[in-house]
Each structure stands twice: as C-alpha cells, then as structure tokens.
Ligand binder design. Structure first.
Ligand SMILES: [Zn+2]
Length: 212
C-alpha cells in the first residue's frame, strides 16, 4: 500500500518516466538499470546510473539487483578513468534529494575530499565499498555518500541539505553555476555548454562500446 505522498512522487517522478528530460541521452541499459548522460552535467563526463524501478536510493535496492548494479558501476568507473582521467561519485540516501528516485552520479574529479567537506574529517566516515550503504541505510535510514577514486566516505547527515553534493562538487570543479540544476535549465548559455559536454560523453562512450 502506498500513501498519497508516495503516489504523488511516482506520478511526478522524472526518472520513472522514460520519456522525460532525464533520460534524453541514454548511454546503455541493463535488465534493471539505465546509465545516462546527466542532462545538467557538472562537468564533461557526468553519468547517472538509475534503477528502472522506483527505489529512493541504493540503500533500498533489493539484493537481487546489487551485482548487476556493481558491474555497471565498475564499467562506468573504468570508462571515466580511462577517458577523462579520474572518477568520483555520490548519492543522497533519501536525504536532501530533489528527485526522489535513486540516481548515482559519476563524473571525473580528482581533487581532495577537503574541497568537498571543508568541515573536516570528523564529519567523514570511511567505507570500504559502496555495498556498505545497504547496512548503513538499514541502520540509519539515510546517508550522504561520495567517492573520489577508490576512496569512499559517508558524511555526517546533520549537515545535509538539498543539492548538498551538487553545489559542493560544482564549486570544486570550478563550475559553481551548475550546482543548481533548476536554475541551470533556464540559462541558455550554460545549457548550450552542457549540450556540448553531453555530446562529448556520448561520442566517447559510443566509440568505446559501440564501435564494431
Ligand atoms: Zn521514480
């Protein structure tokens, strides 16, 4: 049984609607997931992985689709490192989401974690694998997850808020105006640049995975 608010979320969810703007530039799909260009990229090479079914975050994925996710996550990580030189990722586990459908964001970034969490290391908990988010979510019902290269952390959720990671990575990537994707959408110049970034990603992805 779904309550009214959950129903509302599903009806208005841009990630449940395969014809929505969010899935305009798909890269590939598997049985249960899409990998797609983020249509409001923070930088060149910004990929989203999202489940086809509506789950709020990775922490809610059923065990049956975890291996499939992990394979796709690794494929995108390797592609970004090979093509753009580095990889970072993040997800809001149900806290501070602006779209309430799980989407793991992946893009090249090789800076320091201090640039993302200047509040200090006491706000960070190192984790060994993205799979740890399953039990963390079970225990705490929320998380803020990010990675830089092979290092992964969760962040103290007391400092969480909407666009927490987008804003911080946008600054660290020297594209501060790309943090707020709703404002970005209304900026023709930024969206033109974003489209160039997306074609760059699509071309490079296709060259690697779709050439015969
Ligand atoms: Zn959805």
């Amino acid at each position: 049984m779904q309550d009214f608010s959950t129903k509302e979320i599903l009806l208005n969810c841009p990630h449940c609607d395969t014809k929505s703007f969010a899935l305009k530039f798909p890269l590939c799909d598997t049985d249960n997931f899409f990998a797609t260009c983020d249509v409001h990229p923070l930088t060149k090479g910004h990929i989203l992985i999202m489940p086809k079914k509506h789950f709020s975050c990775f922490g809610e994925y059923p065990d049956s689709i975890i291996d499939e996710f992990d394979t796709l996550y690794k494929k995108c990580s390797e592609f970004l490192v090979e093509t753009y030189g580095s990889v970072s990722s993040f997800e809001h586990g149900k806290i501070g989401q602006t779209v309430f459908h799980s989407h793991i964001q992946m893009f090249p970034y090789s800076g320091s974690e201090k640039a993302i969490i200047p509040e200090g290391h006491s706000f960070l908990t190192k984790i060994q694998s993205i799979l740890d988010l399953k039990w963390i979510f079970k225990e705490k019902d929320m998380y803020l997850f990010f990675s830089i290269g092979k290092n992964m952390w969760t962040v103290d959720t007391s400092i969480g808020k909407p666009r927490f990671f987008r804003d911080r990575f946008a600054h660290a990537l020297h594209n501060p105006k790309r943090g707020n994707w709703k404002e970005m959408r209304t900026n023709a110049l930024l969206m033109k640049k974003a489209e160039e970034d997306m074609s760059d990603l699509l071309n490079k992805w296709n060259r690697k995975f779709k050439s015969s």
